[in-house]
Write a protein that binds this ligand. Structure first.
Ligand code: AP5
Length: 222
């Protein structure tokens, strides 16, 4: 059985943070559509040029662009024993396309970990988030001694710390609204298929990871 996992949850729930910890323990790839799109934007590729306006506004990039990226990525050899999907699917159309792609690959149905956090905490997490433009590490100004413009504190990384353009207050509000309208219906979609497990993600990073790993073990993963 492949360790196929989807981390579902609102912006700032900690999907990226938990994905990094989880892939380290399970030795499977972390596939984050947000990271793939941000790289395309910073490299100025055709995909990046198309995606930028949606991302800056806090809206979803059109399904057809994102679905193709994930379809191609899942076919790669390193996904044979599993993967952690972070930020995909985000619409029912994307979930249906994923079901089809995984069916074609004849792999295990993914376990969907739904990470629940109240809006007030999400806004605090997002507005204080800082990232490295080289290694992609995720920081928070309340916990880590970093600010925009600093050199990344990770060993062997000389990247620069920055604040994401969609972590401005207007974009955060829009992303939360888009989540509720377009992504939250996935909770029912996956619950109906018996693939959903709920996790309280408002606790500390380490405690949330303990809960996630325990939920995975309960379902025979890890
Ligand atoms: P994406 O990058 O996927 O953003 P998101 O889903 O909005 O999620 P975030 O990355 O903001 O949050 P997260 O849950 O990963 O939290 P994190 O771990 O960083 O997407 C960006 C954009 O790309 C979208 O708006 C859209 O335009 C486009 N896009 C991407 N995928 C798409 C798709 N499938 N379809 C269409 N468009 C798509 O943590 C946040 C902060 O909280 C950090 O500072 C972290 O240190 C802190 N933190 C995390 N966990 C904890 C904890 N337990 N306690 C305290 N602090 C914590």
């Amino acid at each position: 059985m492949a360790s196929n996992i989807i981390l579902l949850g609102p912006p700032g729930a900690g999907k990226g943070t938990q994905a990094e910890l989880t892939v380290e323990k399970l030795d499977v790839p972390h596939i984050a559509t947000g990271d793939i799109l941000r790289t395309a934007v910073s490299e100025g590729t055709e995909l990046g040029l198309k995606a930028r306006k949606y991302m800056d506004a806090g809206d979803l990039v059109p399904d057809e662009l994102v679905v193709q990226i994930v379809r191609d990525r899942l076919k790669q050899a390193d996904c044979a024993d599993g993967f952690v999907l972070d930020g995909f699917p985000r619409t029912i159309e994307q979930a249906e396309a994923l079901d089809e792609a995984l069916g074609e690959l004849e792999t295990t149905k993914p376990l969907v970990v739904n990470m629940q956090v109240d809006d007030e905490i999400l806004v605090k997490r997002l507005s204080g988030r800082r990232m490295c433009d080289n290694c992609g590490a995720i920081f928070h100004i309340s916990r880590d001694d970093v600010e925009s413009g600093d050199t990344c504190p990770k060993p062997d990384c000389d990247g620069t710390i920055y604040q994401r353009s969609d972590d401005r207050p207007e974009a955060i509000r829009q992303r939360l609204a888009v989540y509720k309208e377009q992504t939250e219906p996935l909770i029912q979609y996956y619950n109906g298929k018996g693939q959903l497990v709920e996790v309280d993600a408002s606790d500390s990073i380490e405690r949330v990871n303990d809960t996630v790993m325990a939920a995975l073990r309960d379902r025979g993963i890890g």
